[in-house]
Write a protein that binds this ligand. Structure first.
Ligand code: GLN
Length: 309
């Protein structure tokens, strides 16, 4: 295998010229304003070395990628009881779909759908104020990455709040089934601010290190979650991390990974690397068009697919 830095630089150069970049999410103004030519990639290898290229230092809105960190915290707080309120199956539906909630009595298929992440926000909220929960999430992600520059973009959070009619509908619907235990506005306060978490590819890859080494941050040696929990989070990322595009992503890339509508993807090559890519243009399933292509090329050149022996 050629040197990892060379592979990463080659991929960034290829992406700079890619003609089909997808469509930038424009349901809120701050996301719609992002330059579609942006592309960043950062790969932290098993020795902790960071290989990055393109716009890897530029902060972007990680959006639904943050659902991984919210789930990790909720499992820490609620343990396996979390699985009484949210499932572990791919949905085959869009990230913001409400259809299955009716027949499945307010229990979302998985924690990476909006509905699932709203239940997770309810679990995290407990009897606290939304601001305390968000402060905890921010502290957690900063500690995972070892970087204080990670932040919540309050403009994004306010825009999510102002336009989040579907998320409000999902939350109210689940509350009607008894699967939200707290005030809908407070739960959504947590959810919208979680969506507004912002960081660079390098910081996101750093934050994801615990998933590549049995729940232990390979650089600091700290155990974040048990090996079993890390395996399970990775399994959910593989099966549900790209919504109704999860099968296609497994087919093309073959890594546990979570996408967000900001165009970021966090991918895990177990035992080998924590990887973050960012390109704001999305495909028709709401996943980064070039981010997916870049990861496809990375696994082709490294042999890192979990399906390769
Ligand atoms: N903020 C977005 C929403 O709730 C997050 C969705 C995503 O990144 N897929 O609609």
């Amino acid at each position: 295998m050629p040197n990892l830095s060379t592979i990463v630089a080659e991929i960034a150069a290829e992406m700079a010229d890619a003609p089909d970049r997808g469509a930038v999410a424009d349901y809120i103004a701050p996301l719609g304003a992002v330059d579609p030519r942006k592309f960043g990639i950062a790969v932290i290898d098993a020795d902790g070395a960071c290989h990055s290229a393109g716009d890897a230092e530029e902060a972007f809105s990680v959006q639904s990628v943050a659902k991984v960190f919210g789930l990790t915290l909720a499992l820490g707080a609620g343990g396996d009881s979390v699985w009484k309120r949210v499932g572990r199956e791919p949905s085959g539906t869009a990230f913001n779909s409400i259809v299955q909630l009716e027949t499945e009595r307010g229990i979302p298929r998985n924690p990476f759908l909006n509905a699932g992440a709203i239940v997770i926000s309810d679990i995290l909220l407990g009897n606290r104020q939304p601001a305390e929960v968000i402060a905890e999430l921010l502290r957690f992600v900063r500690a995972l990455a070892g970087e204080d520059g990670i932040f919540i973009d309050n403009q994004v959070a306010a825009a999510e709040q102002a336009t989040g009619y579907r998320n409000k509908a999902l939350a109210n619907y689940m509350r009607a089934f008894g699967n939200l235990h707290h005030d809908v506005d407070r739960v959504l306060g947590v959810y919208f601010h979680q969506c507004a978490l912002a960081m660079s590819c390098r910081q996101l890859a750093l934050a994801g290190r615990y998933l590549m080494r049995s729940g232990r941050n390979p650089t600091t040696g700290h155990s974040v979650v048990s090996p079993q929990r890390a395996r399970r989070i990775n399994a959910l990322m593989l099966t549900c991390g790209h919504y109704d595009g999860s099968g296609e992503f497994a087919f093309r890339v073959g890594l546990p990974a979570k996408s967000g509508v900001g165009g970021g993807i966090l991918a895990v090559a177990p035992g080998r690397a924590s990887i973050a890519v960012w390109s704001p243009g999305l495909n028709d399933r709401g996943n980064s068009q070039l981010g997916t292509l870049a990861l496809e090329r990375l696994v082709q050149r490294t042999g890192w697919s979990v399906f390769e022996g």
